[in-house]
Design a protein around this ligand. Sequence first.
Ligand SMILES: O=C(CO)COP(=O)(O)O
Length: 244
Amino acid sequence: MRIPLVAANWKMNGNKAFAERFFSDFDLQAIAAHVVVCPPFPYIPLVSQVAEDRERFSVGAQNLSQESSGAYTGEISAEMLLDWNARYVIIGHSERRSLYGETSELVAKKFVVAQQAGLIPILCVGETLQEREQERTLEVIANQLKAVSDIIESDTWKHSVVAYEPVWAIGTGKTATPEEAQDVHQFIRGELGNVGEQIQILYGGSVKSANASALFAQADIDGALVGGASLDAKEFAAICRAAE
Ligand SMILES: O=C(CO)COP(=O)(O)O
């Protein structure tokens, strides 16, 4: 039985006042799904305080360094995230891949570093519009997963979350249809081998309260990774409730 999980990716949005306001508007008690909020790094301690002693609410980071320490200006290590009580970390978001040149090999290295430190990686995979139009979706996703599979024991997938985020659906208002998303989720589960059934696979890309229920009704969609709609506490709460 996979527990529904809804993760907020605030990206580089908000400030301290926003984060404080968000948690005064977001009624955690009323939500039964497992929820992760991934704020920008400086607000992780603030979200950690909210998460303290709450079983179903965790804090996550949006990135981490593949190195453990040293002369890497501007980088944040897994150990530092653990110091802040982060439990999850988003790895290989398409914005990191396309804007900051993160290759699948680097993403795989970060995945391993996160896991070895005891963080749960949320590995993002997804195709661009051009790749979808060329009917290369499954091939692209298989390659993104393979970069990780190549350097871990297959059992190790168990301690991770995968997020399918079609690049063309991110921030565009265009969501994959529930059936399109389900097809890819089912494919991903198959690619994860004998632990596939145990892994939470989230959908991301223009998820909002209006489309969440139809997505969550699909057999292989275990929750969502939410960008824009996670910046509105009430809207995000409605998405979380749809996952229960
Ligand atoms: O990139 C995303 C989450 O990581 C999705 O962003 P949107 O929900 O804004 O489309």
